[in-house]
Design a protein around this ligand. Structure first.
Ligand code: BGC
Length: 399
């Protein structure tokens, strides 16, 4: 079996690190509109040089949540809150140039902290850590020592535990780089937090690029060896709106294998060929075409082909709007989740009721439960090493 390791991914993240160091951070303008950048095309909306910021309401703990708006010269807009580093909206054009929001979420921070949201745990748009997806039995052994994590998903630990990176307030600095407006988020996760070893310093940079892509660069360092698996949990619907599901979206995943899971969604260790199964998205298929053959719906990790450097992870096309999304990443896997546990109890932006299959996630990642699966690419970050990971979601239209 092919092995990947953190070192391989480090090489893949060089471009990202260069972009990161080139990032010129400046304080927020805090004014609507901000200062104007020179517009590359005067027929298009000019982008402010810096993201703008506004209040997103008070967190349950009484902290002020902020909302940052990143804009590019085409009028594409991404809004991100420092609460959970959550991507709350992304406005992109359809085939007629009409802007629409392709992200599931809420109008203010209280939506992300309501009892219903916390109970059902969909993690809309959030940054996920310290470990994305499940760790079996909430336990792993590292350097001969067993660590016990908070179990928050049946017998397992999911997405970092009870208070993962999605539920903390990140330090946020708006800025701009040669590639576009940026938001740099930092969080220091303490030694022992949620049971994980080591003080982990995490930096995530969102960049809205001139070519209509949202790039996410993740960096982390630690003072003790620890598992780390960082991702973003955005739910996309390229035709987001009341009563619209994602079953008609056409998906391509350049992955010949996926990780087989047990009844609690923990990988068995088997990497199974997708050929001849409803998991074969090596050629485009609508989500709805074969979802009925997968009990519960898609919620699996695909093993990406050719995982070195920046590589293809997914392509999505929605015929109704003409919108396309291309995902590229430095990560070896991708969790394709079709919103199977959404059940209509959450009401989001514009009164949209989020029912089953009203959004899908494409979470780039290392494989679930890697700390307990020695044959999987390692997720262990060691002191002195720097984790670097990049994922790009690029939008376009097909006419
Ligand atoms: C997991 C799902 C889970 C969802 C929301 C996904 O990454 O694979 O099983 O329901 O996140 O928590």
């Amino acid at each position: 079996m092919k092995k990947f390791n953190r070192a391989g991914l480090l090489a893949g993240g060089i471009a990202a690190s260069l972009a990161f160091t080139a990032c010129n951070q400046q304080p927020a303008t805090n004014t609507e509109g901000g200062t104007s950048a020179a517009a590359p095309d005067s027929t298009q909306t000019s982008a402010a040089a810096m993201p703008t910021s506004s209040s997103f309401g008070k967190t349950n703990a009484g902290a002020e949540a902020q909302l940052f708006t990143l804009t590019n010269a085409h009028g594409v807009k991404a809004t991100i809150t420092n609460f959970g580093g959550t991507l709350t909206s992304l406005m992109v054009p359809d085939k007629d140039g009409k802007m629409g929001d392709v992200i599931l979420g809420f109008d203010n921070v209280s939506g992300y902290q309501s009892p219903e949201f916390l109970k059902s745990g969909p993690y809309f748009g959030a940054l996920i850590g310290r470990y994305g997806n499940r760790i079996k039995g909430g336990k792993f052994t590292l350097d001969g020592k067993e660590y016990t994590l908070a179990k928050n998903n049946g017998p397992n630990s999911l997405h970092g535990g009870k208070v993962g990176f999605d539920k903390v307030v990140w330090d946020a600095k708006p800025g701009s780089s040669a590639d576009g407006q940026t938001l740099t988020l930092t969080y220091n996760s303490k030694d022992g937090e949620e049971g994980y070893p080591g003080n982990l310093a995490v930096t995530v940079v969102y960049t809205l690029t001139a070519d209509d892509a949202l790039r996410i660069d993740y960096t982390a360092t630690t003072d003790k060896a620890t598992p780390v698996n960082l991702t973003n949990h955005a739910y996309f619907n390229l035709n987001h709106g009341v009563g619209k599901d994602i079953l008609g979206h056409e998906v391509t995943l350049p992955a010949d294998r996926y990780t087989v899971v047990d009844a609690t969604l923990i990988p068995t260790g088997e990497l199974k060929p997708v050929k001849g199964t409803p998991f074969d998205f090596t050629t485009p298929h609508t989500i709805g075409e074969r979802i009925g053959q997968v009990p519960g719906g898609y919620d699996h990790n695909w093993v990406l082909n050719n995982p070195s450097g920046m590589h293809a992870a997914a392509t999505v096309y929605d015929a109704a709007t003409g919108r396309t999304m291309e995902v590229t990443t430095t990560e070896p896997g991708i969790q394709f989740y079709t919103g199977n546990f959404l059940d209509g109890t959450l009401k989001g932006k514009g009164g949209t009721v989020y029912g089953k299959n009203s959004g899908f996630c494409l979470e780039t990642q290392h494989f679930p439960d890697s700390p307990n699966q020695p044959s999987f690419p390692s997720t262990i970050l060691k002191p002195g090493d720097t984790l670097k990971s990049t994922t790009i979601y690029k939008f376009g239209v097909r006419k």
